[in-house]
Ligand binder design. Structure first.
Ligand SMILES: NC(=O)C1=CN([C@@H]2O[C@H](COP(=O)(O)OP(=O)(O)OC[C@H]3O[C@@H](n4cnc5c(N)ncnc54)[C@H](OP(=O)(O)O)[C@@H]3O)[C@@H](O)[C@H]2O)[C@H](O)CC1
Ligand SMILES: [K+]
Length: 511
C-alpha cells in the first residue's frame, strides 16, 4: 500500500520532521536534490547542456542545491532564478548564498540557448493560484525546450499542476520525468496532471512515518506486490459453498450480454456458485454460454417467492447490469433492498432506479451500514447525488465520501482514475491501474462481477478497492495483447482469469 497526500498533508509531514524530529529543513532539501541527481545521473556528462529554472520557494531551493551537486561533478548548469528575490524562502535564500560563495552564477532571466536537459523547480506543492506574468513566460520557455527535444525533469510536481486536484492552474510544465518527494501527491495521478508528469518516481527524502498519530492521509493506492497480501487464501479443503454463493440479477430482454459478461467474471474470479435471475429471452443464451450457472428466468412479472428464495440462498447479490428501468427491474430492486442486510454490489440500471425512486433510496438508507457497494460512473453518480457534472468534477473524492457517508455504502466512482470511498472516515482509494481502452461496452459489468466475487471473502471496502485494482490490471494486460482500440470487455474478463492464475501460482511457489 502506498500513501498519496495533499499539499497540506505534505506540509504537515515536513513540519513533523523539522519541528518534532529535529531534522533540519536544509537536510530534507539536500535529500531532495540528491534524489533528483540520482535520477538524472545516467544522462550526465561534461558536455551535457543543462538549464535549471528555479522559483523563490523551496522547490526553487531544491533546484539551487541540485546546481551545486552538479558543479561538484564538474557539470555546469545555467540557473535561472525567476521571481522577486526579496520573497525568497529561508532555505532557498541559504542555497542562493552558498552558490554565490562558490562563485556559481545565477541569472534572473532565461537566455536563449540550447539545452539537452531542463529542470523545472519553479513551483512545487506551494502553488496556490494561477501562474501568470514572468512565471508563465518561464513555463512556456520550458515547454518550448521540451518540444524541441530537451529532456524536461520536474522536481516534485510539474509547475502549474495543482498537487491536490491535478488541475492546471493557468499553464503548466509538461515533463518527461517527475521526481516526487517523499510521497506521491494526488495531482500526480489525477487528470490532467497525470498527463503532464510523464513518468513519476517517488523518492524517500527521510521524513519519518508521520501518520502514526492516527491521522491518515487523504488517499492510498495499491501496487502490484500488495495483491498477494490482500487476496484471500483459498482453503484447500473448501467446497463450492465456502467460495461464495453469488446471486446475479442482471439482463433485461435485450441485454443478455450484461448478465453473461458479469456472470462469467464472477465465476472466473473464484466464486463457488452462481445463480442468475434474468429475463426469459436470455435463458437459451445463458444456458449455452454459461452452463455452470443456475438460472431463474421471468416472463412478465418476476415471481416474488422465487426471488426471495434466491436472495435468502445468496452470500452476495450483484444487481443492476442491464436490467433496464422498467417495472420488473424496479420490483427486483425493491426486493433486493428491502431485506437490508445481504452484501450487495449495485451497478448501472440498479443505480439509475435508486436515483429515480424515493422508495429505493429510503430502503438503501435503512440497509445495514457498509453492506452495499455502489459502482457508478460519473453520469450515474451525479443522478444519485443530485449534483451537476461540473460540481462533481470539481472534487470527486469529496462528493464520493459525502454520499458514501449519507447512504452508509462503499462507493467506487468509476472514471479514468477510479476512486473508492467508504462510509466511515477511511482514506479514499485512488486506483492507478487501467487505461482508456477500458472505456468500452461491458467493462462495468466485468468490474461489478469481480467485486461481487471478492465480496464473498474480503471485507467490503477492501473487496471494492481490490476489484478495481485487478480490473485495471487485467485491462492493462488486455490492452497489451489486443490494443486499446480493439480490446473488448470480454478480453478484460479473460485476462482477469490469467491474472488470478498467476497470483495463485506465485503464492503456491512461496509456500
Ligand atoms: N516534501 C518535502 O518534505 C520537502 C519539499 N521540499 C520542496 O519544497 C516544495 C514546497 O516548497 P514551498 O516553499 O512550500 O512552495 P513552492 O516552492 O512550491 O513555492 C511557493 C512560493 O510560490 C509563491 N506562489 C504560489 N503560487 C504562485 C503563483 N501562482 N505565482 C507566483 N507565486 C506563487 C508562494 O508565495 P505567496 O506568498 O506569493 O503565495 C511561495 O513563495 C516542495 O514541492 C519540494 O520541492 C523541500 O525542499 C524538502 C522537503
Ligand atoms: K516543479
Amino acid at each position: 500500500m502506498e500513501y498519496i497526500v495533499t499539499s497540506k498533508e505534505m506540509r504537515e509531514c515536513d513540519m513533523t520532521a523539522i519541528k518534532d524530529c529535529g531534522i533540519p529543513a536544509m537536510v530534507l532539501m539536500e535529500r531532495a536534490a540528491l534524489s533528483v541527481f540520482s535520477e538524472i545521473e545516467a544522462f550526465l556528462s561534461e558536455t551535457i547542456r543543462i538549464a535549471i529554472f528555479a522559483g523563490c520557494g523551496n522547490n526553487g531551493g531544491d533546484g539551487l542545491a541540485l546546481a551545486r551537486l552538479l558543479a561538484e561533478k564538474g557539470i555546469h548548469a545555467d540557473i535561472f532564478l525567476i521571481g522577486n528575490t526579496e520573497k525568497l524562502s529561508m532555505e532557498c535564500g541559504s542555497q542562493l548564498s552558498i552558490l554565490k560563495q562558490l562563485g556559481i552564477t545565477v541569472n534572473s532571466k532565461s537566455a536563449k540557448a540550447e539545452y539537452d536537459m531542463v529542470v523545472d523547480c519553479l513551483f512545487g506543492t506551494g502553488l496556490t493560484r494561477e501562474i501568470t506574468g514572468i512565471y508563465e513566460e518561464a513555463v512556456r520557455a520550458i515547454n518550448c525546450y521540451g518540444e524541441k527535444g530537451s529532456r524536461v525533469i520536474a522536481v516534485d510536481i510539474p509547475s502549474g499542476v495543482c498537487a491536490d486536484s491535478g488541475k492546471i492552474l493557468g499553464c503548466a510544465v509538461k515533463a518527461e520525468l517527475t521526481v516526487a518527494l517523499q510521497y506521491g501527491k494526488a495531482g500526480h495521478y489525477l487528470y490532467p496532471g497525470k498527463m503532464l508528469c510523464g513518468h513519476t518516481v517517488v523518492h524517500n527524502i527521510g521524513i519519518p512515518e508521520s501518520f502514526k498519530s492516527g491521522k491518515e492521509p487523504s488517499f492510498f493506492s495499491y501496487r502490484e506486490e500488495d495483491i498477494h497480501g490482500i487476496l484471500p487464501e483459498r482453503a484447500a479443503f473448501g467446497n463450492k459453498g465456502t467460495f461464495g454463493r453469488i446471486l446475479l440479477v442482471a439482463g433485461s430482454r435485450d441485454m443478455a450480454g450484461a448478465a453473461l459478461l458479469c456472470g462469467k467474471t464472477i465465476l472466473r474470479s473464484g466464486a463457488g456458485m452462481l445463480k442468475i435471475i434474468t429475463a426469459a429471452e436470455n435463458r437459451d443464451l445463458i444456458l449455452r454460454e454459461l452452463p455452470e450457472a443456475m438460472i431463474y428466468t421471468y416472463e412478465g412479472k418476476p415471481e416474488e417467492e422465487k426471488v426471495r428464495q434466491s436472495i435468502a440462498w445468496a452470500d452476495v447479490i450483484v444487481a443492476g447490469c442491464g436490467i433496464s428501468t422498467d417495472e420488473n427491474a424496479e420490483l427486483l430492486m425493491e426486493m433486493i433492498l428491502e431485506q437490508g442486510e445481504k452484501r450487495a454490489v449495485i451497478d448501472a440500471d440498479g443505480l439509475n432506479l435508486i436515483a429515480r425512486e424515493g422508495s429505493l433510496q429510503e430502503k438503501l438508507l435503512k440497509y445495514q451500514k457498509g453492506r452495499v457497494i455502489l459502482t457508478p460512473h460519473p453520469g450515474e453518480f451525479i443522478r444519485l447525488a443530485g449534483i451537476s457534472m461540473n460540481t462533481y468534477k470539481e472534487n470527486p473524492a469529496f462528493y464520493l465520501k459525502k454520499l458514501a457517508k449519507e447512504y452508509g455504502c462503499v462507493i467506487a466512482g468509476k472514471d479514468a482514475v477510479t476512486l473508492v470511498a467508504s462510509p466511515d472516515e477511511r482514506m479514499v482509494y485512488l486506483n492507478r491501474t487501467g487505461n482508456d481502452g477500458m472505456a468500452t461496452a461491458g467493462s462495468g459489468d466485468v468490474l461489478a462481477g469481480v467485486i461481487g466475487a471478492l465480496s464473498a471473502s474480503l471485507e467490503y471496502f477492501q473487496a471494492a478497492c481490490c476489484g478495481v485494482f485487478l480490473h485495471g490490471l487485467a485491462g492493462d494486460m488486455a490492452a497489451e495483447k489486443q490494443g486499446k482500440r480493439g480490446m473488448l470487455a470480454s478480453d478484460i474478463s479473460a485476462e482477469l482469469k490469467e491474472l488470478l492464475k498467476e497470483e495463485t501460482a506465485e503464492r503456491e511457489k512461496r509456500i
